[in-house]
Design a protein around this ligand. Structure first.
Ligand SMILES: Cc1ncc(COP(=O)(O)O)c(C=O)c1O
Length: 394
């Protein structure tokens, strides 16, 4: 392994993502004493900025020194009263993981089946909701973009389904992999709780878990007698920074988040979404071309459901995705992700979210082609050319 990497390594994991220099600079700050008003100002700026990215005026934003799993746990601990259940529609590895975590904390989970390559089966969700006449299901937990399958589901359709069934379950949406990349309208889409994390579209290092909670969800949490302390939203909903974080605030990450939200605002949220749409379409065009040789293809079989954050590429037998990742990373400085859960050994993933531009995407695609060439993996040779054409046509 080369002790020095000349130039930059291209980080195309779907989180953590490349951190902009402005965010790195903002984090080069000495800690402040807990009573310094600048700490409160930074937190307030993050809360307001997150509300703008989540498109909510009605919800309060709570943050945790935690990763996405921490934000998941905070949600489980607050919105499910003892004796109630959760409905988690299958999207892939991440719906499974959230379901396992929920069950481990003692709450039964009703799952709808995950069909490989497809988004959430809305009809299966509707059937479960209609059959739940006693309203035992306290919440519907939905993964907006499943980072393992690279599939984005139709969040408004699920809200319509809840309404059509007149089911009172809280609507909880995981936006860990979609926030800051794909459009999300918390208030307009009737989402009661949004669950996020810092290290993907928000362009901040890992370590901040985020939830946005509307009044209805807060009322459920307030009345919920389940024992909890660190995750308790009632204790976090406080004007003192020490209470907001159940202890010392993670000042460095908050400074980074404030800077990152400033960058999103400077570019414009609509433009950020348009950029992700364009860059992902270039990756999708390359995969279309590569797939013509028959060795690999899009995992998501519904083009409209392909994520703007990450593309999961399934591979044929005899191809080792880990070897491909290793050559891409160590020889060509393109770092990708592997298949997760049931896709381990069957797929690799190209992350294309966060602080990226066309040249970075083309460099990534060329690096992947170079690695496939080294390993003798057959692929349609005009992948980069098609990506260039896609970018040039915009
Ligand atoms: C959609 C989604 N939800 C939740 C998580 C869990 O986040 P973390 O790894 O920060 O705990 C991830 C992680 O990749 C994710 O992609």
């Amino acid at each position: 392994m080369n002790p020095r990497i000349p130039g930059r390594r291209f980080l195309h994991s779907p989180g953590p993502t490349h951190v902009p220099e402005e965010v790195m600079d903002a984090m080069r700050r000495q800690p402040m004493d807990l009573a310094d008003v600048r700490v409160d100002q930074t937190i307030a700026a993050c809360e307001q900025g997150l509300r703008r990215v989540l498109k909510t005026e009605k919800s309060r934003v709570l943050m945790f020194s935690a990763n996405g799993h921490g934000a998941w746990e905070a949600t489980i601990a607050n919105v499910i009263p003892p004796g109630k259940k959760v409905l988690i529609p299958g999207t892939g590895h991440f719906s499974d993981s959230w379901a396992l975590q929920t069950e481990s904390l003692g709450f039964p989970v009703v799952r709808t089946p995950w069909v490989e390559g497809l988004p959430i089966d809305v009809q299966a969700v509707e059937q479960v909701l209609r059959e739940d006449r006693e309203h035992q299901i306290a919440a519907l937990f939905v993964i907006h973009t499943d980072t393992a399958s690279g599939v984005t589901s139709d969040v408004p359709a699920l809200r319509r389904t809840l309404d059509a069934c007149a089911h009172p379950a809280l609507f909880v949406v995981d936006v860990v992999a979609s926030l800051g990349a794909a459009p999300f309208e918390m208030d307009q889409w009737g989402v009661n709780v949004a669950v996020g994390a810092s290290q993907k579209g928000l362009m901040v290092p890992p370590g901040l878990g985020i939830v946005a909670v509307d009044d209805r969800a807060m009322a459920v949490a307030t009345a919920n007698p389940a024992p909890r302390f660190y995750w308790d939203w009632r204790l976090r909903d406080n004007s003192l920074s020490y209470r907001k974080f159940c202890g010392t605030a993670p000042q460095t990450l908050l400074a980074g988040l404030q800077a990152a939200l400033g960058l999103i605002e400077l570019e414009g949220l609509d433009q950020v979404h348009a950029r992700h749409r364009l860059l992902s379409s270039a990756v999708h065009a390359a995969v279309d071309a590569w797939s013509t040789a028959g060795a690999l293809d899009h995992f998501c079989t519904v083009p409209e459901a392909r994520s703007v954050s990450v593309t999961t590429i399934k591979i044929g037998p005899g191809i080792d995705p880990e070897a491909l990742r290793k050559v891409a990373r160590e020889r060509f400085q393109v770092s990708m992700a592997g298949g997760l859960g049931p896709l381990a050994g069957r797929a690799f993933r190209i992350g294309h979210l966060g602080d990226l531009n066309p040249a970075m995407i083309l460099g990534c695609l060329a690096g992947v082609e170079a690695a496939m060439t080294v390993l003798g993996i057959p692929f349609g040779r005009d992948g980069v050319a098609r990506a260039v054409a896609r970018l040039a046509a915009d």
